[in-house]
Design a protein around this ligand. Structure first.
Ligand code: PGA
Length: 250
């Protein structure tokens, strides 16, 4: 079965109005055939989402949110609902990024509620999972990721509305990438788990790798059997790097 690759950029808390130029350079620098072959997505901070969705119109570039609140609306000062992101033009929304699990003490149960809200607003959820260095060293990486997936997946998850991003915490923003063997082993385990949870239909979901993906290592990571693209942080901020990563997807 061939799965369409998803190359997704996560801008995190980076990006001002002046960075519209970088986004425009991404749109202009990616070939129409790459936009046809793959899904290409940038998740900017919420302050840029509406502007970026307007800029992306008609280009093939997709935009998404970095997080959302599980409720549709209400007294939640400073939060943003999935409906608001969809209204601003988002096609996707990341949930459960390890920075949110760590900085905001988000639990898998909360992440599942957020993912449910993403689906209810007709967007695709990118559910992030990944073990810490201590968990890997103690031999518990697969167990931790399995538990996170079981508890964080939205109730109505399908291969169409849900993407898993495996991001070992120790590889995020550190320049250290997991080895090809480690990535392959984890992605195979995730695929098997998705099959266990939802049969063939869910096992066809895309599983991305994230953690220090850059132009120099993207091609060999994307060539791994069960890797269906990447979630890219630092290297998604510069058009030159992000476009090279998209090109590495073939
Ligand atoms: P990085 O971040 O590419 O900067 O390591 C990846 C992520 O956090 O999604």
């Amino acid at each position: 079965m061939t799965r369409k690759m998803l190359i997704a950029g996560n801008w995190k808390m980076n990006g001002l109005q002046e960075n519209r130029t970088d986004f425009q350079n991404m749109i202009d620098g990616i070939s129409p055939s790459a936009f046809d072959l793959h899904d290409v997505l940038i998740c900017p901070p919420a302050t840029l989402l509406y502007t970026f969705s307007k800029m992306a119109k008609g280009s093939g570039m997709l935009v998404g949110g970095e997080d959302c609140h599980p409720a549709a609306s209400g007294a939640h000062t400073g939060d943003i609902s999935a409906a608001m992101l969809a209204d601003a033009g988002a096609d996707y929304c990341i949930v459960g990024h390890s920075e949110r699990r760590a900085d905001h003490k988000e639990t898998s149960a909360l992440i599942k509620e957020k993912a449910n809200a993403v689906l209810q607003n007709s967007m695709t959820a990118i559910v992030c999972v990944g073990e810490t260095l201590a968990e890997r060293k103690s031999g518990n990486a697969t167990e931790v990721v399995t538990q996170q997936i079981r508890a964080s997946l939205p109730t109505a998850a399908t291969a169409k509305n849900c993407v898993i991003a495996y991001e070992p915490v120790w590889a995020i923003g550190t320049g250290v990438t997991a080895t090809i063997d480690d990535i392959a082993e984890m992605h195979t385990a995730i695929r098997k788990l998705l099959h266990e949870i939802g049969g063939e239909a869910l096992a066809a979901a895309r599983v991305l790798y994230g953690g220090s993906v850059k132009p120099s290592n993207a091609a060999e990571i994307f060539a791994i059997d069960d890797v269906d693209g990447g979630l890219i942080g630092g290297a998604s901020l510069k058009a030159e790097d992000f476009n090279a990563i998209v090109a590495a997807a073939g």
